[in-house]
Design a binder for this molecule. Sequence first.
Ligand SMILES: Cc1cc2nc3c(=O)[nH]c(=O)nc-3n(C[C@H](O)[C@H](O)[C@H](O)COP(=O)(O)OP(=O)(O)OC[C@H]3O[C@@H](n4cnc5c(N)ncnc54)[C@H](O)[C@@H]3O)c2cc1C
Ligand code: FES
Length: 323
Amino acid sequence: MPYLEIARVLRHDCVGPGLHEMECLAPRIAAAAAPGQFAHVNVHPVQGVSEGTPEERALAANSAQPLLRRPLSIFDVAGRRGDADGARITFLYKVRGAGTALLADVRPGDCLNIMGPLGSGFSLPAPVPGGHGDHAPAHAGATCDRAPHALLIGGGVGIAPLVYLARALAAAGCRVTVFYGANTASEMQAVSRRLLTASAEGRIEVFTTTLDGSSGRTGIVTDLLTAEQSASALERIDFVYTCGPEPMMASVERFATARGIPGEVSLETALACGVGACLGCARRLKANGEAGPVYARVCKDGPVFSMGQVELGPVVDREEESK
Ligand SMILES: Cc1cc2nc3c(=O)[nH]c(=O)nc-3n(C[C@H](O)[C@H](O)[C@H](O)COP(=O)(O)OP(=O)(O)OC[C@H]3O[C@@H](n4cnc5c(N)ncnc54)[C@H](O)[C@@H]3O)c2cc1C
Ligand code: FES
């Protein structure tokens, strides 16, 4: 169930070029949030419209552009189990335009109006009856006599929802492999730190690529699907999760489909209402219904979809791309 919370910003750090990590006190959203869900954030601090005379407030409200909230994935949650500081959610976001630029100006102590958690999250492990204490991703179906192996592939800031997912899968006893690609090492620090902490709690192996070669393999993240260095990590994968640019996810989907591995993609298309009312985020599904094309709302039916369900952007041709 989604909540509207006036969330106090506890920490807001610039963690890379144009990249920000923001932690907010939002106990109800944090308590309900599942990996893959998102929050719809009003980028104007609440005090901006609640102080001053009625005329000043009306003026502030009228000039409060952009009007629409901005969707951000739940990057992580903390303090859900009775932490004295209260339950917190953290976002990792990149400044792209007016909305995220305004958000970057928000300071610790400011309050934001946040709606969430919204959308459908990733399929999470369900206990396997008699499954040797292991768990398996719900979609994987059959019981395993080994820890299920999940491959998570994130491109750029698309890694955001996969970090919380990695922790949840590892905590459920899964073997987790993360492939993470970014432009430069300096963009990777916040995510690497969190994945390192998570590795201490469970079994998470991380492979990275950067375009400039400053960390991990030089190239794009999908290169790891065929690289020798990550070949052993690609053995016996039970489930694939991906989030990032759509051409990247299309490549991942092709990889998984060719091997008969089930998986999920998370879309990050522009949203308006965020709650399924305006149909502004409708995406055509691959399968047609009896009456013609079928559409799904990214905000309500997604943002997580089964692989093969949604038409993704074109697959990147490596040779074309390197020209
Ligand atoms: C479910 C969901 C989860 C998301 N999670 C994150 C996250 O964790 N971190 C993060 O950095 N971003 C995330 N995004 C994307 C983020 O919402 C957009 O980058 C943001 O809304 C842009 O707002 P803006 O006002 O800064 O830019 P705008 O001025 O609205 O747009 C600036 C430029 O970015 C493009 N753009 C706008 N929205 C998107 C979008 N959704 N995808 C791709 N291009 C877009 C526009 O076409 C334009 O060229 C998520 C999106 C969705 C739908
Ligand atoms: S953004 Fe309004 S229906 Fe999805």
